[in-house]
Design a protein around this ligand. Structure first.
Ligand code: DC
Length: 231
């Protein structure tokens, strides 16, 4: 079974995907972590972040490993080094949307993502283009969103908890810019799949959103429901 969860930064995708996967004993894949890993490697090697060809060469020349476990979620290794924390740095945050614009790189990573889905018995995959591009035949598609202020607040809390000193205003602007780049790029932009169920998570706790997602899955195959909101 394949469950696709898409949405903008800070909408709660990662936490919801992990918890849903844990309860269903499925695998979970945070595809954003893969774009982040390429960004980190490109920054380290001083490669032009907008050169798709070089990005593909870079990813083919290094060993990118993606693992998953219930406790820690998606783990990323680059040439054997665990970079799961490093890919969340402010520098990667600021540059990842530009890297994710590259059509060449996207095609390369999408192949890997499909391969990982095929190898698993059940998977919850989250990102920006899962329901519209990576797993178009997913059994269930969800699009999580939240107000920009709430999404910034969540990211700010996350970063502050890690001891990172970030200004709320700067973060707000950065998220708005990333949203714009993700929505306006040519290849697989962030958009709602026609059959996806949209959940505005602004007023809800993690547990409430997880329950809403699971209740749809428990009811059976997702019906065409357009942009209907789950109440
Ligand atoms: O979910 P995240 O913040 O870790 O994603 C990092 C970036 O990667 C974000 O700018 C959008 C991009 N991304 C994408 O283009 N397609 C995906 N499937 C996942 C993430």
């Amino acid at each position: 079974m394949q469950i696709a969860i898409d949405g903008p930064a800070g909408a709660g995708k990662s936490s919801v995907a992990r918890e849903v996967a844990r309860r269903l004993a499925f695998k979970c894949l945070d595809t954003g972590a893969m774009y982040r890993a390429v960004t980190l490697q490109a920054l380290k090697k001083g490669i032009d972040l907008s050169n798709g060809k070089l990005l593909v060469e870079l990813i083919r020349s290094c060993k990118l490993e993606v693992e998953y476990n219930d406790q820690e979620g998606t783990l990323i290794y680059l040439d054997g080094e665990n970079v799961t924390e490093e890919i969340r740095s402010p520098l990667v945050n600021q540059n990842v949307s530009v890297v994710a614009k590259s059509s060449e790189l996207r095609r390369e990573l999408v192949l890997l993502q499909r391969e990982l889905a095929e190898k698993s018995n059940g998977i919850v995959m989250e990102g920006r283009d899962i329901g519209t591009n990576v797993l178009v035949n997913a059994d269930y598609k969800f699009f999580l969103t939240a107000s920009p202020a709430e999404r910034t607040r969540r990211r700010w809390l996350e970063m502050s908890a890690k001891g990172l000193d970030v200004s709320y205003e700067e973060l707000y602007k950065e998220i708005a810019l990333r949203d714009r780049i993700d929505q306006e790029r040519e290849e697989a932009p962030l958009k709602i799949a026609p059959e996806a169920l949209v959940i505005d998570t602004t007023p809800y706790t993690l547990e409430e959103v997880v329950e809403k997602v699971l209740s749809v899955i428990r009811k059976g195959k997702q019906k065409e429901c357009g942009e209907e909101k789950v109440k």
